[in-house]
Design a protein around this ligand. Structure first.
Ligand SMILES: N[C@@H](CCC[C@H](N)C(=O)O)C(=O)O
Length: 264
């Protein structure tokens, strides 16, 4: 089968996206793995299928580069929103889509010819505070640890050890290391399912911003975040019961190229 695809990136987190509104493409693990392979395929951190949703503009299905369908991807959600806009879905200002963790709204902001997407994330209610790390579900599970000298850290080595720690089995976890600089943070993420450090992680940066507010016992609810592939922004409101609502992830999202590829 000849498959049409588009390739997008959001702060360097990159994705293959396919319009699957007709539901004809039901990929095997091997096919997803091949499409995401940087040598034998298109190359990406993940694959997304834009599918039909009865009540909303579309449904987002997300697969990691290891071929397995997974939980929410924040940067993927921002990228697929721009792809949906290019298909004429939603309104010029926004799209509303459903995904594994529920409904999301995405607003488009144009600045100097660049598109930024402000994506509403789920309310964050699952927050564990441990002695030296936080474990937070922002649509995907995230371990967050505060460190110094993050630039010099071996994120692959240390992230892989935490990701495979039996205490996070069987699902495993994404692993974020965070360094605080005054009112902004620097985040590096080892992603489960990619099994490597990625240049950015949206759900991870969201977890990192929330963990930072908790760690510093700060009222700051707007965080600029530096990641390896650029910059993201996270804002939220804190409820009295310690959970978080109105959680928004903002950052760039752009189409890089399109093409066709032969798949089984
Ligand atoms: N890159 C993502 C997270 C993708 C999902 C993750 N690898 C998992 O399986 O939990 C993001 O931007 O949120």
């Amino acid at each position: 089968m000849i498959l049409k695809f588009e390739k997008y990136q959001g702060a360097g987190n990159d994705f293959v996206i396919i319009d699957n509104r007709e539901g004809k493409f039901q990929p095997s693990i091997d096919t997803v793995e091949m499409l995401c392979d940087r040598n034998f395929g298109v190359g990406a951190d993940g694959l997304m299928l834009l599918e039909k949703d009865e009540k909303n503009d579309f449904y987002m299905r997300y697969f990691n580069a290891d071929g397995k369908e997974s939980t929410m991807c924040g940067n993927g959600g921002r990228c697929i929103s721009v792809f949906a806009k290019s298909l004429g879905l939603g309104s010029p200002e926004k799209v509303v889509f459903n995904s594994i963790d529920g409904l999301h709204e995405a607003f488009f902001i144009e600045e100097d010819g660049e598109i930024f997407v402000k994506l509403k994330m789920i309310d964050v209610k699952e927050i564990e505070e441990h002695d030296d790390y936080y474990f937070i579900n922002t649509g995907s599970p995230h371990y967050v640890k505060f460190v110094e000298d993050l630039e010099e850290m071996d994120v692959f080595e240390e992230g892989q050890a935490v990701r495979n720690d039996p205490k996070f089995a069987p699902g495993g976890t994404n692993v974020n290391f965070v360094e605080i600089f005054d009112d902004e943070i620097f985040v590096r993420t080892y992603e489960r399912g990619v099994e490597d450090e990625t240049l950015a992680c949206g759900t991870g940066s969201t977890a990192a911003a929330i963990a930072t507010a908790l760690f510093l016992e700060s009222d700051q609810n707007n965080w600029d975040i530096e990641v390896m592939g650029g910059n993201l922004h996270v804002s939220f409101d804190r409820r009295d019961d310690g959970t978080f609502e109105n959680v928004w992830l903002t950052g760039p999202a752009e189409k890089v190229f399109e093409g066709t590829i032969n798949v089984d």
